[in-house]
Design a protein around this ligand. Structure first.
Ligand code: DC
Length: 222
């Protein structure tokens, strides 16, 4: 058993998993890692190098060279990068190149624990995580939320286009042979379709807290 406590938060695009992960990390005083940002960073570097995201050697070269210190860059937050990230993420060698960083973060978060959000945290990166959450919502609801965010940030697009993008991304993430998006058998499922973010956080905390408390007790005893 690792010394640090790990909460894995996986889920579909625009399900609210990232916000929930940040709030859970704040709640417990744990470190947070957005693993999707690592794949976005690979995608950004591929595009900046003039390659297509489906160019495997270009994507692998970018993955081994990323500097995770730049995962907070605003340049990663575009829909073009999200789409390209989903494409590079299908390459097993890209995933393998990012695995060590994620596992090392889980083992050495610099705090008592880590909350890591992504697609395969509970299934592949940290199958032994102390608590696993799988966050989802109806695709129309997720598309509407994302469309509203884009409108509010002055980047209007059609809601139908956002819906089509999210559907395509989910489909690609779910059907790739390596580390597909799916709930771990021992994950708590949280459907946020009918919940605003505060209500979703209350529900997430209620699911995860007993596991975290149990993990804290076990670590103290150990
Ligand atoms: O969570 P996000 O939207 O930032 O993720 C962008 C893409 O990265 C997502 O469509 C698939 C990929 N990804 C992944 O394959 N595995 C992860 N653990 C996180 C993200």
């Amino acid at each position: 058993m690792r010394d640090s406590i790990v909460i894995a938060v996986d889920g579909t695009a625009a399900s609210g998993k990232g916000t929930l992960a940040v709030r859970l990390a704040d709640q417990f005083g744990f470190a947070h890692l957005d693993s999707g940002a690592l794949y976005r960073l690979v995608a950004l570097n591929v595009l900046r190098a003039g390659h297509h995201p489906a160019d495997e050697p270009g994507a692998v070269a970018a993955a081994v060279a990323i500097d995770p210190a730049s995962i907070n860059s605003d340049a990663l937050r575009t829909d073009e990068i999200a789409e390209a990230a989903s494409i590079v993420a299908a390459f097993p060698r890209v995933r393998a190149a990012l695995l060590g960083y994620q596992r090392n973060f889980a083992d050495n978060p610099g705090r008592m624990g880590a909350v890591i959000d992504g697609r395969d945290i509970g299934t592949v990166v940290c199958p032994g995580a102390d608590a696993k959450l799988f966050v989802d919502a109806r695709v129309e609801v997720r598309a509407h939320r994302r469309w509203r965010e884009l409108e509010q940030s002055g980047r209007p697009v059609s809601e139908a286009a956002v819906l089509a993008d999210i559907r395509a991304r989910d489909e690609r993430d779910r059907t790739r042979p390596t580390a597909p998006l799916r709930p771990a058998p021992d994950a708590f499922l949280l459907d946020t379709s009918e919940l605003d973010i505060d209500a979703a956080f209350v529900a997430a905390l209620a699911l995860v807290k007993p596991r975290v408390e149990e993990a804290l007790r076990t670590r103290r005893r150990g």
